[in-house]
Write a protein that binds this ligand. Sequence first.
Ligand SMILES: [Zn+2]
Length: 162
Amino acid sequence: MSVGVTRSLDDWYRTLNRIYLDQNFYRDTFSIFGHLTEIVGGLSLLGSEKQKPGVDPLAFMPKAIGWWLALCGKVGVRSVEDMLWAKFPYVCSYCQQAPHLNDPCQERKRAHRGANWESLQQIGQTNAARRPRTLGAWQKRTQRWRRRGQGNLRRHLPCSKV
Ligand SMILES: [Zn+2]
């Protein structure tokens, strides 16, 4: 297993922001968000399964993570792991199931107009022992709870590629 997969996500977060501090220091939040949006647009090829000549959509994944970490650094997020766990405490943030179930998820989203943050906080405390500790574990966890309803995207996100 490579160091990249065994390293914690927060360690990646701090390291990447330290490495790119000189380049990103003078960029404003909207500039970084613009780069992230552009890269995520390339990722949409994975979801739609469209192909563009000479474009490898998987190449957008590490760039998207890098720009997301830069944006989090720019707005002062203390811990990206805490932020992710608050929304995804081993369950889908809407249907609160693992794996995610599409139909109940859509119904619950409509009924609650978004995630139920109080409930997610309680689930996060209950599932604390299941919280991923490495980047590789976060990737595997994400694949597991999003198994249903995201078939096309999941097929394109092997856990060892980031
Ligand atoms: Zn769901």
